[in-house]
Structures are given as C-alpha cells and as structure tokens.
Design a protein around this ligand. Structure first.
Ligand SMILES: *[C@@H]1O[C@H](CO)[C@@H](O)[C@H](O)[C@H]1NC(C)=O
Ligand SMILES: *[C@@H]1O[C@H](CO)[C@@H](O)[C@H](O)[C@H]1NC(C)=O
Ligand SMILES: *[C@@H]1O[C@H](CO)[C@@H](O)[C@H](O)[C@H]1NC(C)=O
Ligand SMILES: *[C@@H]1O[C@H](CO)[C@@H](O)[C@H](O)[C@H]1NC(C)=O
Ligand SMILES: *[C@@H]1O[C@H](CO)[C@@H](O)[C@H](O)[C@H]1NC(C)=O
Ligand SMILES: *[C@@H]1O[C@H](CO)[C@@H](O)[C@H](O)[C@H]1NC(C)=O
Ligand SMILES: *[C@@H]1O[C@H](CO)[C@@H](O)[C@H](O)[C@H]1NC(C)=O
Ligand SMILES: *[C@@H]1O[C@H](CO)[C@@H](O)[C@H](O)[C@H]1NC(C)=O
Ligand SMILES: *[C@@H]1O[C@H](CO)[C@@H](O)[C@H](O)[C@H]1NC(C)=O
Ligand SMILES: *[C@@H]1O[C@H](CO)[C@@H](O)[C@H](O)[C@H]1NC(C)=O
Ligand SMILES: *[C@@H]1O[C@H](CO)[C@@H](O)[C@H](O)[C@H]1NC(C)=O
Ligand SMILES: *[C@@H]1O[C@H](CO)[C@@H](O)[C@H](O)[C@H]1NC(C)=O
Length: 581
C-alpha cells in the first residue's frame, strides 16, 4: 500500500489546532459522527455500533481524537476497518477537524459538498475506496490542506483549473490510480509548495507542461502510466530537490534533457516504456551522485553504455533492457558494490574483452549484493568463465539465453545455491548439463530450450522440487519421461515439444495436479492415454499432437473445465467426442 502524506506532521498540527473559535460544540461533533455511523452498510459497522454508542463520551470512541480539553473532535481515523457506505454531508459539521483518515475502506458515491466546511482540515486521506465523480472544485476552499490523497478511487474528468489556486499550504497531492483525463494543468504556479505530486495511473494526455519546472520544492514527481506524449521538458532540470522522477509507461519521445544528468538529488529515474531515444552522455554520472535506480527499459535508446556508469556509485538497479544499446557491456559495472539488479537483455551489446571468456561475469563478482543478472538476447558471443560460481551467493536470477554462448556450462554454476530462475536457452553449449545444476534446490524456472541436448532426460531433474516452469523443447532428448517426474510437485508448465521422446507416458505424470500447461507435441510418444489425465483440473493447455498415441481418447478429458486449448492431432486416437463440447 502506498504511504499517504509522508510530509504531514500530524502530532504537531493536533497540538496547535485550538487557536481559533469555530461553530458548534462537541454535541454537534457527536451528531455528525452518529450520522456517519448510520450511513455505513457493511456488517463491520458493528464495531462502531458498539464503540460509538450514544451513551458514551464521543472523545472515547474508536478512531476519534479530541483536543486536550476534550471539547472538540480534531482527528478521525477509521482507516482500514472494512467499512462501506456513503459519506454524509454532516461530516462537514466537524468544524475543528484537522486530520481525516478514511483510507482503505469501501466508501462509495461522491464527496459531499458539506465537507467544504472543514476549514481547519490539514490532512485528508480517502485513498483506496470506491469514491467517484469529478474532483470537486470546492476542495480549493480547504486552504489549510497540506496533504490530500484520493488515490485508488474512481474519480474521473479533468483536474479543476485551480487545484492549487487556494491551497497555498499543499505539500502532497496524490490523485494516482483514478480515471482522471485531459491535460495536466499548464498553470501550476500556485502549487509551488508541493513536495510530492502523484498523478500516475490515470488517463492524462498531452504534453508535460514546462511549468512543472516551477514546482521548486518537489522531491517526488510521479506521472507514470498515463497517455502523455511529446518531449520531457528541460525545465525538470530546475527541480533542485527532486529525488524521484517517474514518467514510465507513457508515449514520451525525444531524448533525455541533459539537465537531468546534473540533478545531484535524484535517486530514481524511471522512464521505462516510452518512445525515448538518443544516447547516454559519456559522463552520465558526473552530476548524478545519488542515483540509486535508473530504468530506461523498452525505449529506443542507442549508443554505448558509458564505462563511467560505475561513477554513480550508489546504484542498486540498472534497467536498460529492450533498447538498441550497442558496444561492450562495461566491466566497470563490477565496481558497483550495491548493485542488486542488472537488466540489459534485448539490446545489441557485446563483451568488453576480445578473449572468448566473458570477463563481465568475473567483474560482476565484485557486486556483492547482486540478485538479478539479465543479459540474454544480446550478441555476447563467448564462453562463460568458471568464475561464474564466484558470483555473489545472493544471485536469484541468471538469464543468458540467446546470447551466442558456446563451450561448457561451468559446473561452478551449481554454487549459486539461491538461484530461482535460470535461463540458458538458445545457445550453442557443448557437453552436457553439469550435474551440479540438479542441486539448485530453490530453482523455480529452468529454460533449456534449443541448446542441442541429446540423450535421455537426467533423473537429477527430479530432485528440483521447487520447479514450476520447465522448458526443454527443441532439443534431441530421447528415451522416456522418467517416472520420478511425480517428484516435481510444484510443476505448472512443462514443455518438451520437438524432441525424440519415446515410450508411453508414466502414470505418475498425472499426479502433478498443479499442471497448467503441458506441451509434449512432436515426439515419438506412444501408447494409450490414461483416464487419470482428467485429474489435472487446473490444465488450460494440452498439446500432445504429432506423436504416436493410440487407443480411445479418455472421456475424462472432456471434464477439464479450465482447458482452453487442446491439440491431439496427428496421432492414432479414436473418439467419441461429446456433442456438448
Ligand atoms: C490511522 O490509523 C492507521 C492504523 O492505525 C495508521 O496506520 C495511520 O497512520 C493513521 N492515520 C493518521 C493520519 O494518523
Ligand atoms: C450539519 O450539516 C448539515 C449538512 O451539511 C446541515 O444541514 C446541518 O445544519 C448541520 N448541523 C449543525 C448542528 O451544524
Ligand atoms: C469497489 O467496488 C468493486 C465492485 O463494486 C469491488 O470489486 C471492489 O473491491 C471495491 N473496491 C474497494 C477498494 O472498495
Ligand atoms: C494563485 O494564488 C493567488 C493568491 O492566492 C490568487 O490570487 C491566484 O488567483 C491564484 N492563481 C490561480 C491560477 O489559481
Ligand atoms: C550542470 O551543472 C554544472 C555545474 O554544476 C553547470 O556548469 C552546467 O551548465 C550544468 N549543465 C546543465 C546541462 O544543466
Ligand atoms: C523505435 O524507432 C523505430 C524507428 O524509428 C520505430 O519504428 C519504433 O516504433 C520505435 N520504438 C519505440 C519503442 O518507440
Ligand atoms: C569514473 O569512471 C571511470 C571509468 O570506470 C573511472 O576511470 C574513473 O576513475 C571514475 N571516476 C570517478 C570520480 O570515480
Ligand atoms: C549491432 O551493433 C553492431 C556494432 O557493434 C552493428 O554493426 C550492427 O549493425 C548492430 N545491429 C543492430 C541490429 O543494430
Ligand atoms: C573464486 O574465488 C576464490 C576465493 O576468492 C578464488 O580462490 C578462486 O580462484 C575463484 N575462482 C575463479 C574461477 O575465479
Ligand atoms: C563451487 O563449485 C565447485 C565445483 O562444483 C566446488 O568444487 C566448490 O567447492 C564450490 N565452492 C563453493 C564455495 O561452494
Ligand atoms: C524424489 O523425492 C524424494 C524426497 O521427496 C527424494 O528422496 C528422491 O531422491 C527424489 N527422487 C529423485 C529421483 O530425485
Ligand atoms: C489450482 O489452481 C488454484 C487457483 O490458482 C490453486 O489455488 C490450486 O492450488 C491449484 N491446484 C493445485 C493442485 O495446484
């Protein structure tokens, strides 16, 4: 769950909240809360029915805080209590209310205009409900608001023209995860006190206004997951306190303004999933002393990854996959002691040295916190060094698929005992799979597609008890599927298509009731199909085509309700096929 209103000093505000006189009294407050209670419809409201009883003192009710002299209600916090219902206008009678937290419930309907009477309100969190309507313009009269979070509701329409017009104290505005649309305001001048602006996960379109550069106090700017287009304005470089810039999943184009590489406060730069292009400056880290995460994945960036990237010494995540980067992957990345995620797959990257042994992996042993290494789908063209076994024990994911690798898979790979994901597909390995791999007890995903495997399936596979995804297609595996496959009790996806498997299927295969996807097509498997296959109630896809199965199609197969793809073609199977299909 998103934290709401990080900047809000609730305690301090409550302590100084009784400086002015207001309307009504504690009796008014009580009747407003009773009305709210009576608007709740879920059975959870029984909590309130009990605590919020007419006979007890309102300041003792659950979620209610009064000022120190217990004369007025200053805070209401009923977050995360499973309440449903609408918000009554009478809530606006809590005229001394400073803090209102009704987040993480199931309130629906509109924000009642009566709430515009909450003139002392500094903090308002209604996040994660089902509230709807346009963002009401009367919010502008709540001129003490410091924090407003309406995230995760179903508000729609344009932003009110003067959203900050009368909210000079607003520090945090979170309208993310709604259905807001239209352009982001070009006049943001009165939002100049904002420290955090989050408009992500909406339908905003048009350009990012240059005026965003006037929000000089901004520490976080989240505009991701919208329909924004055009360039990233240079003016963002004027935000001298910015720590997080999130513009991912839009349709932005052009290059990254150079000024952004000068932002020494920046910790996270997230531009993934746009149409951005251009090259990274050779001194890209000259000004980015605090950068922890850079995500430029799925764009059109090109040119080299500068060796100086290692000068951003606080980097924990480098995500550059799915671009057109070319040239060598700099070995200097190995100097990034804090690096956890290295994702470079799907580029045109090569290796730095001319020796066949890929020095990159030896360098990466310097990254003592490394968890993800994804460098597949690049022309690395070389040999994995034995030192791969000296990578940090923290490595969980290693993807070197389709990267022109040859030679042996070093048996030292078995030293990476925390591996969960291992992708070796589409390479020209010689020799067999090292048996040390069968000792990787945490492995959940193993991809050995198209690597010229020959001979029978290693029984060692059956020791991988955490395995959920096993891909072995397009090899020359012969012999039978071992009976011990029923040891793979976590298996969900099994693909051994396009091999030379023979014999009948072991009955034990149908014990794997978690199977969702099975593809054994294009082998030489034979014999009858067992009725027990009808036990695989979670199966959505079954392809047994292009084999030599014979006999009657078991009728149990037609009771597999999840199945949405079934192929039995090119066998010697007989019906009947039920009419009800
Ligand atoms: C409301 O209560 C929840 C749970 O006790 C707490 O996490 C949250 O910080 C409170 N809200 C405010 C504004 O104090
Ligand atoms: C409370 O609020 C309602 C609706 O906003 C209003 O009609 C009513 O007069 C208020 N009651 C008091 C006691 O202020
Ligand atoms: C909103 O309503 C929908 C359907 O009416 C429901 O599935 C969803 O759980 C609700 N969400 C919240 C946060 O109350
Ligand atoms: C900005 O605030 C000033 C002073 O409160 C006000 O006069 C002006 O109209 C506001 N601008 C907008 C665009 O709301
Ligand atoms: C980056 O900062 C340096 C000095 O801090 C300044 O000289 C240079 O003009 C800045 N470059 C950009 C593109 O803002
Ligand atoms: C990258 O550029 C090419 C050619 O200019 C274009 O066809 C492609 O759609 C672009 N891809 C992205 C992700 O912007
Ligand atoms: C920056 O990176 C380059 C290449 O790795 C290195 O030679 C240089 O010493 C680094 N400079 C600083 C200040 O760390
Ligand atoms: C990949 O990079 C090489 C140079 O390293 C270049 O010759 C080639 O054209 C690039 N390929 C693509 C598809 O960009
Ligand atoms: C792995 O690390 C050990 C200890 O640091 C070292 O002795 C050994 O030579 C390394 N192995 C390889 C293949 O680099
Ligand atoms: C690494 O693997 C090799 C070969 O599998 C083995 O001899 C060695 O003991 C392992 N080293 C560690 C530290 O596990
Ligand atoms: C199957 O699993 C059992 C433990 O559940 C284990 O003892 C046995 O060695 C496994 N069989 C194979 C062939 O790995
Ligand atoms: C079948 O799928 C359901 C829903 O994903 C899951 O809860 C259940 O554990 C699965 N059954 C087996 C035997 O894995």
């Amino acid at each position: 769950m998103e934290r709401a209103c990080y900047y809000f000093p609730v305690g301090l505000l409550l302590a100084t909240s009784l400086l002015a006189v207001g309307t009504g009294d504690i009796i008014t407050d009580k009747s407003a809360l009773v009305t709210l209670r009576d608007h709740m419809v879920s059975n959870r409201h029984l909590i309130l029915a009990k605590s919020w009883s007419i006979s007890s003192f309102v300041c003792d009710w659950i979620g209610v805080t009064c000022d120190s002299s217990r004369q007025r209600v200053v805070a209401l916090n009923i977050s995360n209590m499973g309440f449903a219902g609408t918000i009554p206008p009478q809530l606006g009678n809590l005229s001394f209310l400073v803090s209102l937290d009704m987040s993480n419930n199931n309130f629906h309907g509109h924000l009642p205009e009566g709430m515009s009477h909450l003139r002392r309100l500094s903090f308002m969190a209604l996040s994660n409900n089902n509230l709807t309507g346009e963002i009401p313009p009367w919010l502008g009269v709540l001129d003490r608001l410091q924090c407003l979070s309406l995230t995760e509701n179903i508000f729609f329409g344009d932003l009110p023209a003067n959203i900050c017009g009368n909210l000079p104290n607003l520090k945090e505005l979170d309208l993310s995860s709604n259905q807001l649309s239209g352009q982001i305001l070009s006049d943001l001048s009165n939002c100049s006190g904002l420290k955090s602006l989050d408009l992500s996960f909406n339908q905003f379109n048009g350009y990012i206004p240059k005026a965003v550069g006037n929000l000089k106090m901004l520490e976080e700017l989240h505009l991701g997951d919208n329909k924004l287009e055009g360039p990233i304005p240079n003016e963002i470089g004027n935000l001298l306190k910015l720590e997080i810039l999130d513009l991912g999943w839009n349709s932005l184009s052009g290059s990254i303004p150079v000024a952004i590489f000068n932002m020494s406060t920046l910790r996270e730069l997230d531009l993934l999933g746009n149409h951005l292009s251009g090259v990274l400056p050779s001194n890209m880290c000259h000004g980015l002393h605090n950068l922890e995460e850079i995500d430029l994945s799925l764009n059109n960036f090109s040119g080299a990854i500068p060796a100086t990237i290692s000068n951003c010494s606080k980097l924990t995540g480098i995500f550059l996959g799915g671009n057109k980067f070319s040239g060598p992957i700099p070995n200097s990345i190995g100097n990034l002691r804090r690096l956890e995620f290295l994702s470079l797959s799907g580029n045109n990257l090569t290796s730095e040295s001319s020796s066949p042994e890929l020095g990159l992996f030896t360098s990466l042993t310097g990254c003592i916190s490394l968890r993800y290494i994804s460098v597949g789908d690049n022309p690395l063209n070389g040999v994995l060094p034995r030192s791969i076994g000296n990578l940090s024990i923290s490595v969980e994911l290693l993807d070197v698929g389709n990267s022109g690798l040859r030679g042996n898979i070093p048996d030292s790979i078995g030293n990476l005992s925390n591996l969960v994901f291992l992708g070796l597909r589409d390479n020209s390995w010689t020799g067999s799979i090292p048996t040390s791999i069968w000792g990787l007890q945490k492995l959940q995903y193993l991809n050995l597609i198209n690597i010229s495997l020959t001979g029978p399936l290693a029984r060692g596979l059956c020791g991988l008890q955490s395995l959920e995804y096993l891909y072995l297609s397009q090899n020359q595996i012969s012999g039978s599927i071992p009976g011990c496959f029923n040891n793979l009790t976590s298996l969900k996806h099994l693909n051994i298509a396009f091999n030379r498997l023979t014999f009948t299927l072991p009955m034990s295969l149908w014990d794997l009731k978690g199977l969702v996807y099975v593809n054994l097509s294009s082998n030489f498997l034979r014999g009858p199909l067992a009725p027990e296959m009808g036990q695989l109630k979670n199966l959505t896809r079954l392809d047994l085509s292009n084999n030599q199965f014979s006999g009657k199609i078991p009728s149990t197969i037609w009771s597999l309700e999840s199945l949405d793809h079934l192929s039995l073609s090119n066998n010697s199977l007989r019906g009947p096929i039920p009419d009800s299909l």
